[in-house]
Design a protein around this ligand. Structure first.
Ligand code: C5P
Length: 249
């Protein structure tokens, strides 16, 4: 599927499928149990580094058998050949979204986008959208300067890397709601944007420093929200998810 059609296809999903629940648990049993507790509204889940390191492709396949869309958030950062090969594996597993660092560079992003365009996918699946991480939202200005001294400030880096990612054929970006205005200014409305750091008004912020409500994130231009603890630690995870999806609309 070409980039324009894939983005449209994902944007057309109902609100409850545009809330991605982060299955931040250490094993397959816990992940499947948590996914089950979300009920039919929990249709989109994130498999990140912790769960994938513990349970591998099997957990992705099992979640697909439960009719879940998968955000495979492994944030690839390697040479072009390795990143492209890994992206093909994400397609073979039937992931709907996968991630890489924009700072892996033009060669790696172009190679991954090209590999995904023709990658075989399981029956009934479409290829994963490729999302670029611009600047990790956990990094402070001071830490950024430590690893990459430059005259760029944080906003410049976000805008520049997002524009590069779009130019290289990525389908969208992951960024905090705080960075959305800068990012949308740099790349416009077309790219798909996924935003973490979501909390309902008045809820605990945990270790997230910059949080927004679902409604605010959507108003700032987010297409998908990645939500962890507000759903997974709720007494009723299914109800928490529905409340977030309702707030988006
Ligand atoms: O529990 P909480 O809602 O804070 O979890 C947010 C999820 O989004 C976690 O899975 C976290 O790894 C992810 N994430 C993030 N910040 C980023 C990228 C991803 O919090 N910049």
């Amino acid at each position: 599927m070409n980039r324009e059609n894939l983005i449209q296809h994902l944007r057309n999903l109902p609100a409850n499928r545009r809330v991605i629940t982060a299955l931040d648990v250490p094993g397959q049993t816990q992940a499947l149990e948590l996914a089950g507790s979300l009920g039919t509204d929990g249709g989109f889940v994130k498999v990140g580094l912790e769960l994938f390191s513990a349970a591998g492709p099997d957990v992705v396949r099992s979640l697909r058998e439960m009719d879940r869309n998968i955000f495979l958030d492994l944030k690839y950062h390697d040479i072009p050949n390795t990143v492209a090969s890994a992206a093909k594996m994400a397609a073979a597993m039937g992931a709907s979204l996968c991630t890489m660092h924009a700072s892996a560079g033009r060669g790696a992003m172009e190679a991954a986008a090209k590999a995904l365009a023709t990658a075989p996918v399981p029956e009934g699946a479409v290829r994963p959208a490729l999302l670029a991480v611009t600047v990790l939202t956990s990094l402070s200005e001071e830490e950024i300067t430590e690893v990459r001294p430059s005259s760029d400030n944080l906003n410049d880096s976000v805008g520049r890397l997002a524009a590069l990612a779009w130019d290289c054929g990525c389908d969208g970006m992951v960024c905090s709601a705080a960075d959305l205005p800068v990012l949308r200014k740099a790349v416009g409305d077309e790219p798909l944007v996924i935003t973490p750091g979501i909390r309902m008004a008045g809820a605990a912020t945990d270790d997230q420093h910059r949080v927004t409500t679902p409604r605010m994130a959507v108003d700032l231009g987010a297409d998908f929200l990645v939500v962890g603890r507000p759903i997974t630690k709720a007494n009723d995870p299914a109800a928490a998810l529905v409340a977030i999806a309702n707030d988006m609309e």
